[in-house]
Design a protein around this ligand. Structure first.
Ligand SMILES: [Zn+2]
Length: 440
């Protein structure tokens, strides 16, 4: 152990890649130096039985800043993240104005974020019908990959790709071994949701087949181009056999799902409760069980929030026209942990889904584990403590949530970024987040 240890944290439950154990973690220069025995003789912050987790890495967040900063923003989103134990987020390229579809636009986004982030922030680029020439420059400027839609995105400035355009973008991205992340719903399978407050009509307008058909097409083109692809926010378990089969033949595909698909169900959505509206939709409880099985067997790689807020006035009681997006940043860890523990999973599983694998997806090799050489990013969690979700205590800009009134297990006590405490018991430090660029 070196003499210049700046911080040591001791807990009876440190979640390491090898499992949960009592340990003391030392930090030098913002980096984890060592994971030592619990009883080692160094002065340490004693966390008792609170669990020490690697900070979560959320690779699917819509910050919407600049341009729609009244929906969210770097300041508020990263406070919500820190309060939820998330130490790194990667921002989606749309809903901000401009969208992150050229190097110039990336520069504008970075300017908006600079000095205003409580956690580390990276950026995805966007693949649009007309910007194939921008993809390589964006890759070289440090975006972590490219997002494309196969159906309308919800905002006019971010049009979706048809199959020819998708093949063209994939070919370009394969040329530099980049990553394409895809909103996979087939527009020919979508219908207009009926006006009104009933959830069933909206759900029926975005059937399982919309996802399975789009994913089948994506896998077909990924196989042909040998490009790396990632299926965003999988909702339908019907697509799982396709994905498993493609992976078994060597297609380079990864898959994420979200806390709302894993912890909420169509049956429980009240009439007019458009805080539950997102695309693809929250489906039936039986489908949710299959998603959990796929997480357990590894067909689904990771869990991310798809935090996609708007102003409260756009969440009208009409499921046809209300904004589609769920705000889950601050609650994703307790929501998942609450359901996971009831289904017999451990904290190590949650950390694998929400930190290790998401860090790997984005190539963030300094994140995602409590291990020597990694950034000293931590979440301190009281796993057995419970709280009831009060929208007024959430830190994202518009306090709309599908989790209001739910009692969840797992209280985030503090959050640490490169060895510095950025959040503790409801209080935030000055912003210490950095803007990240792809290194691999
Ligand atoms: Zn999204």
């Amino acid at each position: 152990m070196s003499d210049d240890v700046e911080l040591a944290l001791r807990s009876t439950r440190v979640v390491t890649p090898e499992g949960v154990r009592a340990a003391t973690v030392t930090v030098v220069g913002g980096t984890i130096e060592a994971v030592l025995p619990y009883e080692v003789g160094v002065p340490a912050v004693d966390l008792g039985d609170d669990a020490l987790l690697p900070g979560l890495v959320d690779t699917h967040v819509h910050v919407n800043d600049p341009g729609r900063a009244e929906w969210e923003g770097f300041w508020t989103a990263t406070r919500a993240a820190a309060a939820g134990g998330i130490t790194t987020l990667v921002d989606m390229p749309l809903n901000s104005l401009p969208p992150t579809t050229t190097v110039g636009h990336l520069r504008i986004k970075r300017q908006a974020a600079q000095g205003r982030t409580h956690v580390d922030v990276g950026f995805w680029g966007g693949a649009l019908p007309g910007n194939v020439k921008d993809l390589r420059p964006l890759h070289e400027a440090g975006v972590f990959g490219f997002k494309a839609f196969l159906s309308p995105s919800g905002v006019d400035e971010f049009p979706h790709l048809d199959s020819t355009q998708l093949a063209c973008s994939l070919g370009e991205i394969a040329g530099f071994d980049g990553l394409l992340i895809v909103h996979a719903e087939d527009p020919s399978r979508l219908t207009d949701a009926p006006a009104g407050p009933a959830y069933a009509g909206f759900l029926a307008s975005r059937p399982h087949a919309a996802e399975t058909d789009a994913i089948a097409q994506l896998l077909h083109l990924a196989r042909r181009s040998n490009a790396r692809v990632h299926v965003l926010h999988l909702s339908s378990a019907a697509a799982l056999p396709l994905i498993a089969a493609a992976r078994a033949e060597g297609v380079r595909v990864t898959v994420e799902t979200c806390p709302h698909y894993l912890t909420l169900s169509a049956e429980e959505v009240p009439d007019g409760a458009s805080e539950f509206k997102c695309c693809p939709p929250i489906r039936e409880a039986a489908n949710r069980d299959l998603l959990w099985q796929a997480l357990a067997d590894g067909t689904i790689d990771c869990v991310v929030t798809d935090h996609s807020p708007s102003t409260a006035d756009l969440k009208t009681p009409d499921f046809a026209t209300a904004w589609g997006g769920i705000s889950g940043l601050q609650l994703s860890l307790p929501a998942i942990w609450t359901e996971a523990r009831e289904r017999g999973h451990q904290l190590t599983d949650v950390v694998r889904w929400m930190s290790a694998r998401t860090a790997a997806l984005a190539g963030l090799d300094r994140k995602g584990a409590i291990a020597p050489g990694r950034d000293a990013d931590f979440a301190v969690l009281a796993p057995e403590d419970t709280f009831t979700v009060d929208p007024a205590r959430l830190h994202h800009r518009n306090p709309v949530t599908a989790y209001a009134g739910k009692t969840l297990h797992g209280v985030v006590k503090s959050t640490w970024l490169r060895g510095q405490r950025v959040y503790s018991e409801g209080e935030f430090a000055e912003p210490k987040g950095r803007l990240l660029t792809r290194t691999g």
